[in-house]
Ligand binder design. Sequence first.
Ligand code: THU
Length: 129
Amino acid sequence: MDAKLFDAAKAAMARAYAPYSKFSVGAAILAEDGRIYAGCNVENASFPEGWCAETSALGAMVTAGATRIREIAVIGASALTTPCGGCRQRLAEFGAADTPVHICGPEGHRKTFRLGELLPAAFDKDHLG
Ligand code: THU
């Protein structure tokens, strides 16, 4: 995994707004255009209204005009901060089964999954006919 991707995810993690869970997460996407889009989790006093770091990063990517993910790095303090179910579905919209999902801790890379491993048999646009 490229150090720049890790650095972007870590910098985003430092910006997390997580006063309720105290669990900061950062995500950084290397998109098809060769650029990196990062995001952090943004919590809310109305707990279900908060959102994840991966969702923030996807929003930045799409806003910039990119719609395909080459790789994504996610960083958090748990043993393996893997994307939640909803984010797996959102990532699948813009990635492929073989898209690398690099899971990191504050010290660096820990494990790489493929998106298809995290969300097998994904529901996607092909199902809509
Ligand atoms: N969270 C993320 O941002 N990404 C993940 O991959 C897992 C969970 C956030 C959501 C919430 O703000 C906090 O972590 C605790 O669940």
